[in-house]
Design a protein around this ligand. Sequence first.
Ligand code: KG4
Ligand code: ZN
Length: 334
Amino acid sequence: KKPVRILAIETSCDETSVAIVEDGRRMLANVVSSQVDIHEKYGGVVPEIASRKHVETITVMLEEALQQADTSLDEISAVAVTQGPGLVGSLLVGVVAAKTLALALDVPLIGTHHIAGHIYANELVQPLEYPLVALVVSGGHTELIHMPARGEFRIIGQTRDDAVGEAYDKVARALGLPYPGGPHIDRLAQMTDDPLELPRAWLEQDSYDFSFSGLKSAVLNVLNQTKMRGEVIPPARVARGFQESVCDVLAEKAMRAVQEFGARQLVLAGGVAANRGLRTVLAERCAQAGMQLVVPPIELCTDNAAMIGAAAYLKWERQSFTPLDMKAKPLFTL
Ligand code: KG4
Ligand code: ZN
C-alpha cells in the first residue's frame, strides 16, 4: 500500500512551520521558524508583525521541508493546515498557502484544530490509548480534556482568565526576564528549595476549571511591596513559589479527572508541557497512581506542523476533507 504523505502547515501564532508526516506517525520533515527574537523586544507577540513575517517565511519553510524529507510535491497525498484557534492574520497565511497547494496539486485539504494537534503530537512517538485525559497547557490554552475514544473531545475544564503560559510570561516580565518567560522561570525555579509562599486557586470543590490571574496578581503585589520597603526577594524563590502553585493545581485536577474517567493514560501537551516542574510532579503522581503519563519530546511540545500532520491523518482515515472555501477560525471550538 502506498504510504500517505500529509504536508502540514502551522502558522497560528508566531511559529512558521511546515512538516511532512507519513501515515500519521513518521515525521519525514518538521521545520520550524520561530519569530521569538522579533517579538521579544515588545514583550509579546505583535499580531500584525507576526502575519507579515509568516508571509516572508512560509515558502522558505516549504522548500526546506521538501528538502529535509527528500521528497517532491508529487508525493504529497493531502495538505493539512491549522484552521484555528489562533491569531486571524497569522492563520490566514497558512490557510491561503494550504488552499493554493491543495488546488495546484489536486489533493484534499484538511483543516485541523490546533489543540487536537498538540494532543496528537504524542502519536508521533507512541500510540494513544483510550479513554484518556489530556492536559493542554500553552500560551493561549489551559484545558483539561476527556477523550473517551479517538477523535472524541470533551472539554471538562478550562481557564477562567489567563492561560498558564500567559501567566508564566507575565510573571517573568515582572521579574525582568525576556519573552517568552516560561523557560526562564522554569530554570530559576530549579535553583532553590525555598519557595515563596503563594496562594492556590482551587475554585469550587468539584470544578475542573482553572484560574491563574489571582496568583499572577499575588506575585506582582509581593514584588511591589518588597520594592517599596527597599528589600529584594531572590527571583528564584518567586519563580519556585509560582511554579509550585501552578503545578500543584494542574496536577491535582488532572489526577482527579484521570480517576473519574477511568483513563488509561494522562497526556500532557502544549508549550508548557516542556516545563520541568510540571513533568516532575505529574511523573510522581502518575507513578503513585499506576497511571501511564504520555509527554511529547520538548521539540514537539511547542508549536510545530508535524503535530498538525498527525492530527490530520485521523481525518484522512475517515476521508473527512475540508472544502477549499473554508475560512480561518480564530475561535475554533474543539
Ligand atoms: O504551545 P506554544 O508554543 O504556543 C501556544 O500555542 O501558545 O506555547 C508557548 C508558551 C509560552 O507561554 C511559553 O512561555 C511557554 O509555552 N513555555 C513554558 C516552558 N516552555 C515554553 N512555560 C513554562 N515552562 C517551560 N519550560
Ligand atoms: Zn500551541
